[in-house]
Design a protein around this ligand. Structure first.
Ligand code: ADP
Length: 193
């Protein structure tokens, strides 16, 4: 596996627990894409105790979104620092319509437009089961039941509308994200052939 460069700019979209992080890693390995995940970046800031991490921690622990301006700046720097010759997969961004607008403007300026949005669809009951299971395996403070509810509510209210916004500019493809990691991975790869 690995080694096939694919200069494509993707958004991997889906609710918390839909498997974005896992599948984005697969795409990174397979196609040498730059994997850009604000959630991972924020957790790194948190563990290093940076000012940004301290500022974001309360929002994250409560399942709320970190303010757009903070996230957009972080992603801008990350895209500007990253390899301009590689494609990228965005995982967990954009999560609001304002972030999507900022992203489109940023990518236009960098001359690296989005090629495709891939959506992992998973029923809410399965999401809750997965996130609850993960709570027992990983030390994530946002996998407590009431915080899971809040993250799903935020997804429905603030993040889902992003799809409609992006669909005006970019092809949006839906994938059944409820099957096994391997099956979802196969389907994703087949869509990118
Ligand atoms: P999940 O997709 O499972 O919710 P993430 O690791 O993507 O997990 O995000 C964890 C938390 O980090 C979010 O609940 C939120 O507080 C913050 N976060 C991540 N991405 C964004 C974003 N694009 N905008 C605002 N906050 C974000």
């Amino acid at each position: 596996m690995g080694g096939v460069a694919l200069r494509r700019n993707l958004v991997l979209f889906g609710p918390p627990g839909s498997g974005k992080g896992t599948q984005a890693e697969l795409l990174r390995e397979r196609y040498e894409l730059d994997h850009i995940a604000p959630g991972d970046m924020l957790r790194q800031h948190l563990s290093q105790g940076t000012e940004l991490g301290q500022m974001a921690s309360g929002y994250m622990a409560a399942g709320k979104l970190v303010p757009d301006e903070v996230i957009v700046n972080m992603i801008r720097h990350r895209l500007e620092e990253g390899r301009a010759d590689a494609g990228f997969v965005l995982d967990g961004f954009p999560r609001t319509v304002a972030q999507a607008r900022a992203l489109q403007e940023l990518l236009t300026n960098l001359d690296r437009p989005l090629d495709i949005v891939l959506v992992l669809d998973v029923p809410v009951s399965a999401l809750k089961a997965r996130l609850t299971l993960r709570a027992g395996q990983e030390q994530r403070q946002d996998d407590r039941p009431e915080v899971i509810e809040e993250r799903l509510r935020v997804y429905r209210e603030r993040t889902e509308p992003v799809l409609e916004y992006l669909a005006g500019d970019v092809p949006v493809l839906h994938i059944d994200g409820s099957s096994s990691i391997e099956e979802v991975g196969r389907e994703l790869l087949s869509l990118l052939q």
